[in-house]
Design a protein around this ligand. Structure first.
Ligand SMILES: [Mn+2]
Length: 349
């Protein structure tokens, strides 16, 4: 951690905000844990409260696991509009940068973020550290350097932010993220963290789970399930994670209908050449949004588009069709990986 730089930044930051200023902290649309934690941290760093320095977002939190955080940590996020933002003396943003909002924000004074790809220079105070796994890590560094007291609630939020942006410290994690995490560990509330990790399931899910389990088969190391209509998309995700734990299972694809969309969640153990993100892009890129990482991926397909390509949205037919599709794409990936393994040997001859 570069303490000298961070000290300088804190000075600049505090000099920028006058005592009487109303500061709006704007978060990205559908704010995630890193954004919410960083927003509260910035407010703490500026020594302010939610009346003078509210969190705002143009689109509210919708993801169930993030809503659990909002409820458990009592995080208030006000709806942002261009008019509302005009009434603030200063506009700050965390975990996002001004170009994201385009014309919707009148101006920005403070931007603290870790996302690459923005041109920079869009706010007088800017601290963008693209190597960091989370903005919450930058904010933790600020708080520690400023010797601010980090409350249990704030520590819990920051730890959850770092964990969720780095997939439990497995992706894009750096030494500074680990340092921040270590610092926050004794301060956080683990009972709350556990509740955020495992959101309550609706009772109606028991029936869905029972039906799905009774017909689950493992064939070619692949589990495919279509849950039919579900009320939350995290149920699909949880089911996919759950099924990956069974012996002999290497891939899982779980689908469910949510509103007028078919949501497909994919998991695998990431053996050589296997790539869940590529698989969903290949299979569904033409009819919906599809992508992800090697081990976890997601596709969201309008039912209309699925019907156009596949002829029907009947639940009983979706499952076998998904099995066909995934079997083919996994075979292709394995063949490609095998070919890549033998290729260098040939070059060496
Ligand atoms: Mn982030």
């Amino acid at each position: 951690m570069d303490q000298a730089l961070t000290k300088q930044k804190i000075k600049e930051l505090r000099a920028m905000v006058s005592d009487g200023d109303r500061v709006g902290i704007v978060l990205q649309d559908d704010p995630d844990p890193d954004a919410m934690a960083s927003g509260i941290a910035l407010r703490t760093l500026l020594g302010r409260n939610k009346q003078t320095t509210p969190l705002l977002a143009f689109k509210p939190v919708t993801r169930p696991e993030n809503l659990t955080m909002v409820h458990l940590l009592e995080i208030e996020i006000q709806p942002a509009t261009t008019e509302v933002l005009r009434e603030f003396d200063k506009i700050a943003m965390v975990d996002v940068q001004p170009p994201f909002f385009g014309e919707k924000i009148p101006r920005a004074d403070i931007a603290i973020d870790h996302h690459p790809g923005y041109p920079g220079g869009s706010a007088p105070f800017e601290d963008v550290r693209v190597k960091y796994g989370a903005t919450a890590t930058i904010m933790t560094e600020y708080l520690v350097t400023a010797e601010e007291k980090i409350s249990e609630r704030l520590a819990t939020a920051l730890i959850y932010g770092i964990r969720s942006d780095t997939l439990a410290l497995s992706r894009r994690v750096t030494d500074v993220d680990l340092q921040a995490f270590t610092h926050l560990t004794p301060l956080a509330n683990y009972s709350l963290l556990r509740q955020m990790d495992r959101p309550e399931l609706p009772l109606s899910f028991a029936q869905i789970l029972a039906r799905a389990m009774s017909r689950m088969v493992v064939k070619d190391q692949l589990v495919v399930l279509n849950l039919g209509t579900v009320e939350r998309d995290d149920l699909i995700v949880q089911m996919a994670d759950f099924c990956l734990q069974f012996e002999g299972v290497a891939w899982v694809a779980v689908a469910g209908k949510l509103g007028n969309q078919l949501v497909i969640s994919v998991r695998n153990h990431g053996m050589s050449g296997e790539n869940a993100g590529e698989a969903v892009k290949t299979l569904f890129g033409d009819i919906g949004s599809a992508g992800g990482h090697r081990n976890m991926a997601k596709a969201v397909i309008p039912l209309r588009a699925w019907r156009r390509r596949e002829g029907t949205t009947r639940d009983s037919l979706i499952e076998p069709r998904l099995r066909e599709l995934f079997t083919t794409v996994i075979k292709a990936q394995k063949a490609q990986a095998a070919a890549a393994r033998t290729a260098p040997a040939r070059n060496g001859n």
